[in-house]
Design a protein around this ligand. Structure first.
Ligand code: F6R
Length: 618
């Protein structure tokens, strides 16, 4: 959702506060791009504020036309609109008197608080929930002359989710932040300090960070960082070092982050596998803080996740059930949370999330914990909330994912889920260490094979460019190919704004085949003919059935599968692999297709309309 940055340290090595704020916003823009704004504290006791609807570029243009004076502290915000449309007035920061405030999240009791302020004669400029908070904190500061206490006191009254940052013209070297169910991390500098929704905000200046917990308030000056709870009791925040650097957050010569991240996938999978096998061939999952007795007693696994991460969970279901003989349910986190699910002490709930901040997934995790379940997070972003709250975490090591639509995190999530499955299978005696080692050795070949798929992707790109005015594309798959089809459809919807739907191929005759008319493009993910032959021939029959009704068939099949050739208008061959690992390869042409088609339509593939990375509101 929104991206937030704060900076103090005008004499620090990073340069002008405004430049640091804009650089932070540039790196956080993937979180929301409905508007952007900054507030500066100007020596002499003034605030300077600029804000503009639309992308960050509009704000930069405004600042070029109307430069702001030098400052000692800055806050910046890039917005994904919730309350109030994406206008200049609704853009953050919101100012009240000599105070400016930015917010990520939703204040659910804002109407009652607003009524209270209106009754006291406060005038509102915007339609946002945030402006209410700005007025409340400004009034609390006027009463106490303590900015930290003022923000903490107001935060105690708020319901909903928030990260808030505030500056006041009276305290020129200070930014104060507070968080409840929304992310905020601290970057530690030398003579300067930083706040950000995630570490990307300050990765160009420091890799030293502090994790903030739930309901904490942080006050930064150029030389100090003080953390308390909402009641003012000091708290020791955990320091950590970010394990990637600025080059990982740059496009590296690619035309978009999406292209770069698709290209990063061999590395993302290799890094997720790295160091997870000991000399005796046993899987070592260092972060696994759940006792072996508990894991042996698990009688059901429930995966909770949203969007692409949920499709990674669907792939995991096939692998984990096959390897471990434990029933696995996969549920969209927002559905799980509100349907009174049956989970207990013997259930392992696995939350999969790239950002580690998705509110729906976080709420599902909390609900599972309340029911007594053991919880495990598969997450990409260190320092995020979901791994902090889960009993254990298995990090994916995909590096920062900047493009809004997920690609490399998907492959890394699937890889981590395979590791979890193999670990449980070994622990529970379903597989011997040598079998686990053999599967891992096959897994280690996957980065090279993914690279081969990328090397062969020119034909996919060519077809995507030809199809740039297509109105609708269907995707079919079966077994692990089914979640691959769903992911192919999702990528096309979000990147290219084309109607796309994924189906289980076996479901075709139960309805969806009615959609087939002459010329309808259909991607079909074909299972290996070497493994489950019955499924291969059934999917080949499905291709024949839709082709007979005029469909244009675009087939993803493994090398050597000549049986598909007579029925395919186009075949995208991928290297051979075992059935359960095949999604790591089969999804790549679909990602490339969606991205290239969106480029051909002239769309911004990194920041598709209406979306934001990291959905931190329910
Ligand atoms: C799709 C996409 C989203 C996310 C979903 C979950 O390309 O990016 O569907 O997968 O919002 O996000 P995380 O993984 O951060 O929990």
């Amino acid at each position: 959702m929104c991206g937030i940055v704060g900076y103090v340290g005008s004499a620090g090595p990073s340069g002008r506060p405004l430049d640091v704020a804009l650089e932070g916003l540039r790196r956080l823009e993937y979180r929301g791009y409905d508007s952007a704004g900054v507030a500066l504290v100007v020596p002499g006791g003034e605030l300077a504020v600029a804000k503009k609807a639309g992308k960050l570029a509009n704000l930069v243009e405004e600042l070029d036309a109307h430069p702001l004076p030098p400052a000692t502290a800055a806050i910046g915000h890039t917005r994904w609109a919730t309350h109030g449309g994406p206008t200049d007035v609704n853009a953050h920061p919101h100012v009240s008197g000599r105070l400016a405030l930015i917010h990520n999240g939703i204040v659910e009791n804002y109407a009652a608080l607003k009524a209270e302020l209106l009754a006291e004669g406060v005038e509102f400029l915007s339609e946002t929930d945030t402006e209410v908070v700005a007025h409340l904190v400004s009034r609390a500061y006027d009463a106490t002359k303590d900015l930290t206490a003022a923000l903490a006191g107001v935060a105690r009254r708020l319901e909903g989710t928030f990260t808030l940052l505030v500056v006041h013209a009276d305290v020129p070297d200070t930014v104060v932040g507070a968080r409840h169910d929304s992310p905020l991390v601290v970057g530690l500098g030398d003579g300067e300090n930083f706040l950000g929704s995630d570490v990307a905000a300050f990765i160009g200046s420091t890799r030293q960070a502090l994790e903030l917990g739930q309901d904490q308030v942080v006050t930064i000056t150029p030389t100090s960082v003080t953390v308390t709870d909402l009641d003012g009791t000091p708290v020791q925040a955990a320091p950590y070092t970010v394990d990637w650097d600025i080059s990982a957050a740059e496009k590296g010569g690619f035309r978009s982050f999406m292209d770069k991240e698709i290209n990063d996938q061999p590395q993302a999978v290799a890094d997720t596998l790295l160091g997870r096998l000991d000399l005796a061939g046993h899987l070592v999952l260092d972060e696994m803080r759940i006792g072996e007795t508990v894991l042996r007693s698990v009688d059901k696994i429930v995966v909770v996740a949203c969007g692409t991460a949920a499709y990674a969970g669907h792939v995991a279901k096939y692998a984990v059930e096959h390897w471990c003989r434990i029933p696995v349910e996969v549920e969209l986190a927002h559905e799980f949370r509100y349907r009174d699910p049956v989970v207990d002490e013997r259930t392992l709930v696995v939350a999969i999330s790239q950002s580690g901040e998705t509110m729906d997934t976080l709420m599902a995790l909390r609900h599972a914990k309340e029911q007594g379940a053991t919880t495990l997070a598969i997450v990409n972003t260190h320092g995020s909330t979901i791994p902090r709250e889960a009993d254990a975490v298995l990090y994916t090591h995909a590096g920062p994912e900047i493009a809004v639509a997920s690609t490399k995190a998907f492959l890394a999530q699937i890889t981590a889920a395979y590791l979890l499955g193999l670990y449980l299978a070994e622990l529970r005696g379903n597989k011997f260490p040598d079998e686990v080692a053999a599967t891992l050795s096959e897994l280690r070949e996957m980065p090279g094979k993914i690279q081969q798929v990328l090397d062969r992707s020119e034909r996919v790109r060519e077809i995507a460019r030809w199809m740039s005015d297509t109105q609708s594309v269907l995707f079919l798959g079966r077994h692990v190919g089914y979640p691959v089809a769903l992911e192919g459809a999702l990528k096309l919807k979000e990147l290219a704004y084309i109607h796309a739907e994924g189906f289980a191929a076996g479901e075709l005759k139960h309805g969806p085949i009615a959609l087939i008319e002459p010329g309808q493009p259909v991607f079909v993910v074909v299972p290996s003919p070497r493994g489950r032959n019955s499924l291969h021939s059934k999917v080949v029959s499905n291709i024949q059935e839709i082709r007979a009704r005029g469909a244009r068939t675009l087939v993803v099949a493994e090398d050597g599968d000549d049986a598909v050739v007579p029925y395919a208008d186009e075949v995208f061959f991928v290297p051979q692999s075992s059935t359960l690992l095949a999604p790591l390869l089969a999804v790549v042409p679909l990602q490339v297709f969606a991205s290239e088609l969106a480029h051909a339509k002239g769309l911004d593939v990194d920041q598709p309309r209406n979306l934001a990375k990291s959905v931190t509101v329910e």
